[in-house]
Design a protein around this ligand. Structure first.
Ligand SMILES: [Zn+2]
Length: 653
């Protein structure tokens, strides 16, 4: 605040030599507060078309693509390569004709010359090599090098896919899973030597196609994540016998791939919270770890998921336990890990069980039939029903089953709707694990120390291009925003609205506009100003107590806001322990006999003033201390000037 005031003084003295400008400045309000939500052309078109609207619920004409995959994949450990073939049935539920499709070939990020963010592959490969494409049986030219060598490819179709019809894309491909010691960033290393594989983004995916932007052609650059269609996966995975396969979905053929012993052990998993060993460290190879044979085909089916990931190893230990989903019943939690790494999974079962049960209660019941933790070089990544995680990230990665696996956000563009919401729910989960109420005080205020950084992209800026503050934009800022929201409407109201949002957009694809309109309606408030400053700008509130004066029985607290973001005015007033009785104020609530919280709505700033005279009409009792924003919810560059008298502030520091 001191530095900023000095800067403002120097600006004023510069302006002072230009009288015309000075007049213009003093004539206009010092702060123009924007109170509406900016609309882009994409959301405006969607609103005109009735697919989205200002209720924040799916519009009457809402539609989304569905893609159903049937895949046969074979892993060859000697060449570390997956060879796959299969079909995707594309259900074009919308009113738009498709003359082309876009395929996501994310493994092209392992090619030598592809653009990347802060990610370094463990190994350079040929990327995703598509060997055959056909649409409704008619061969389609395979472009072996997608234009500009990117992670997605536009495929021209022999005949367009009509609105509200389906088409079947056949494809064949192979891709090598990168390994080695030098990978940096998630998803850049997918195997350990030739004995453990964690295939992800391992098949050509039909890109997202929606009412907002048509085909999603955001490149996969590494750090930012995905945006996928929902659909059904029917996947057969061919691996050497003795290798255990885990993955998205439910295993369809246990009698073909598991031993009778393993199947018997599995049958007891849902009976208690104990951890059952399905395949132990000493059970190795065909006939012991799995059914006998030379190779086995593991068949998985998953309904209504937006991706499919799996893992396999020459020697996995397999353990399982259960979580009891409120209103639904028990579901299995599986864990597959290398025998020497059991210590990393010692607490994984209890952490994951807590996460599944707590988040089910918080937002909406866990919708899937199982969850699996997979060991490997990727130890902090999420897929439907699968987390590549040990106990370290188990709570966070499990939370991703709600977003993006249930509420299908565009993680590439708006990572905050994925990682940011996740960080917020992790705070609530951690408090619950420790048996106390969550404390979101202080978080909102912290943003004041970041606001103004030239590197910070606004949250609405495409996270794929967020730069060095990607982590802050995508992960850290959202809990700060929701801390401030709780400071305005109450934390339980935020949780309740978020829960309704989760249920409303279950297995659908909300945009940020849907979210903010939904929250406004669920909370019964016009929070346009709140969303505008948090999502579209990098501004803060920067409040302070300027002075406190008493005249008769009225005490006036002069509150100032130097930032562009407004906030309600919340004061804690400490009275002398004795004296004349306290008169009630309609906007005050007593915390105890000598402490009151007094609140004025954000509207007091909408006229443009930068100072507000908060009148305290409690009678003649002496006021000893006043604190602005006692919950520390509103972004503030310098919180030390929020206390009167100032020496109290100095003493607190
Ligand atoms: Zn995450």
């Amino acid at each position: 605040m001191i530095v900023r005031s000095a800067l403002m003084l120097s600006l004023v003295s510069t302006v002072a030599v230009q009288p015309a400008m000075l007049t213009a400045q003093t004539a206009s309000p010092p702060r123009a507060i924007r109170r509406d939500i900016p609309l882009t052309n994409a959301i405006r078109r969607a609103m005109e078309g009735g697919t989205r609207d200002s209720t924040g619920r799916p519009g009457p004409n809402y539609w989304q693509l569905q893609t159903d995959y049937t895949i046969d994949a074979r892993l060859d450990p000697a060449t570390q390569t997956i060879t796959g073939a299969g079909t995707v049935v594309i259900h074009n539920a919308g009113p738009l004709e498709m003359s082309e499709i876009v395929l996501r070939l994310d493994h092209n990020i392992f090619r030598a010359t592809v653009p990347r963010g802060f990610s370094v592959p463990a190994e350079i490969t040929q990327g995703m090599v598509v060997t055959r494409l056909a649409m409704n049986g008619e061969s389609v030219a395979v472009n072996p090098e997608p234009p500009r060598n990117l992670t997605n490819a536009r495929i021209a179709l022999p005949a367009p896919i009509a609105p509200r019809s389906s088409a079947t894309l056949e494809m064949a491909w192979h891709t090598k899973l990168p390994g080695g010691p030098d990978g940096e960033g998630h998803r850049m290393t997918q195997r350990w030597a030739d004995t453990l594989f964690q295939p992800t983004q391992w098949f050509p995916r039909v890109a997202k196609f929606d009412d907002l932007r048509g085909w999603d052609i955001n490149d996969y650059l590494g750090p930012a994540e995905f945006f996928n269609n929902f659909g059904r996966f029917d996947v057969r995975i061919d691996v050497p016998a003795g290798w255990i396969v885990s993955g998205t979905g439910v295993l369809q053929n246990p009698e073909e791939v598991l031993t009778a012993t393993a199947r018997e052990r599995l049958s007891r998993v849902l009976e208690s919270d104990e951890t059952v060993t399905i395949v132990g460290p000493d059970e190795v190879g065909p006939g012991q770890a799995t059914a006998s044979g030379s190779r086995l085909v593991w068949h998985f089916v998953a309904d209504t998921v937006n991706d499919f990931a799996w893992a396999t190893a020459k020697k996995f230990v397999w353990q399982a336990t259960r979580a009891t989903i409120p209103g639904k019943g028990p579901v299995p939690i599986h864990m597959v890990y290398l025998p020497g790494r059991a210590d990393r999974f010692a607490n994984a079962a209890s952490i994951t069980r807590h996460a599944l049960e707590f988040y089910s209660d918080l937002w909406a019941p866990y919708p899937f039939p199982q969850l699996t933790l997979q060991d490997g070089p990727s130890a902090g990544m999420e897929y439907p029903m699968v987390i590549n995680s040990n106990q370290g990230a188990a709570d966070h990665e499990t939370a991703h089953q709600w977003w993006p696996m249930m509420v299908g956000n565009d993680e590439t563009w708006y990572g905050w709707m994925d990682e940011g919401f996740n960080r917020y729910m992790n705070i609530l989960s951690r408090a619950d694990q420790r048996g106390h109420a969550p404390d979101l005080d202080g978080l909102g205020q912290q943003y004041g120390s970041v606001s103004g950084d030239e590197w910070e992209p606004p949250m609405m800026w495409n996270a794929n291009y967020a730069g060095p503050m990607y982590g802050f934009q995508t992960y850290s800022k959202t809990p700060m925003m929701l801390s401030m929201l709780g400071g305005i409407v109450g934390d339980s109201a935020v949780r309740h609205a978020m829960s309704e949002y989760t249920t409303t957009w279950r297995f659908k694809h909300p945009s940020p506009w849907d979210y903010v309109f939904f929250m406004n309606n669920a909370l019964g408030r016009d929070l346009g100003w709140f969303w505008y400053y948090w999502l579209w700008t990098t501004e803060s509130v920067d409040g302070s107590v300027q002075r406190v004066t008493t005249s008769g029985s009225t005490t006036t607290v002069t509150v100032r806001q130097d930032g562009q973001m407004p906030s309600p005015v919340v004061l804690t007033v400490h009275f002398a322990p004795s004296g004349p009785p306290l008169r009630p104020m309609p906007n005050a609530r007593m915390l105890d006999d000598s402490t009151a919280i007094v609140t004025w709505p954000v509207d007091v700033w909408f006229s443009g003033a930068r100072t507000f005279q908060a009148k305290l009409e409690f009678g003649a009792r002496r006021i000893e201390k006043v604190i602005l924003d006692p919950g520390r919810r509103f972004p503030d560059r310098d919180p030390t000037d929020n206390v009167w008298p100032a020496e109290v502030a100095a003493g607190r520091r």
